[in-house]
Design a protein around this ligand. Structure first.
Ligand code: ZN
Length: 190
């Protein structure tokens, strides 16, 4: 994970303040130090209000609340999925995935960047996983990085925004992001 190590050293070098830091997975990948929510504050008020209308939510950083498992999502929770997509887009240069509890909603909903395409899953579950490896990750909700174990390949079931069930396989970095976000749904923070 060369990119992750590089990102880590970049944080230190730039001494980014707590509320301005990049997460690594919630997984930081773009290596800019300033996330978009910081840049929003520098925009003229009229523009800022336009952008806030797309429901960018504040990021939850309370580890006690992040440590609580989330409830199954229902069709009433579909708007939360859109808020998550908007909030992920707002952090796109520092973050590649989010779970609903990161915006303060304890429902099993995740979003992630699948090779450049944002995807949304309701009630995701890993059915099979293979090829375990050791790595380290950061999180938009946390400071720094932590060691963890992931699987290179996973098979996942989930429901889409119409609550139609799907089964799909993922590998590589996308699989890693999904595992990180499903952990959030289970109250596990790296
Ligand atoms: Zn995270």
């Amino acid at each position: 994970m060369v990119q992750l190590r590089h990102a880590k050293s970049l944080f230190r070098f730039q001494g980014v303040a707590d509320d301005r830091r990049c997460g690594l997975s919630c997984l930081a990948f773009g290596l800019r130090a300033l996330s978009r929510d910081v840049r929003l504050r520098w925009l003229p008020v009229e523009k800022r209000e336009d952008m806030e209308a797309i429901m960018i939510k504040p990021i939850m950083r309370n580890e006690l609340l992040l440590g609580m498992p989330s409830e199954p999502a229902t069709e009433q929770d579909v708007p939360i999925g859109q808020d998550l997509l908007d909030t992920l887009a707002a952090h796109a240069d520092s973050c590649v995935g989010m779970a609903a509890n990161m915006i303060g909603v304890r429902k099993r909903i995740i979003v992630f960047d699948n090779n450049g395409t944002p995807e949304l899953m309701f009630n995701p579950e890993i059915m099979h996983a293979s090829n375990r490896f050791k790595t380290e990750e950061g999180c938009l909700s946390l400071v720094g990085v932590r060691p963890c174990e992931r699987f290179r390949k996973i098979h996942v079931t989930y429901q889409d925004a119409s609550f139609v069930r799907h089964e799909r396989s993922f590998s590589g970095f996308t699989a890693q992001i999904i595992q990180h976000e499903i952990d959030h749904c289970n109250g596990i923070v790296i």
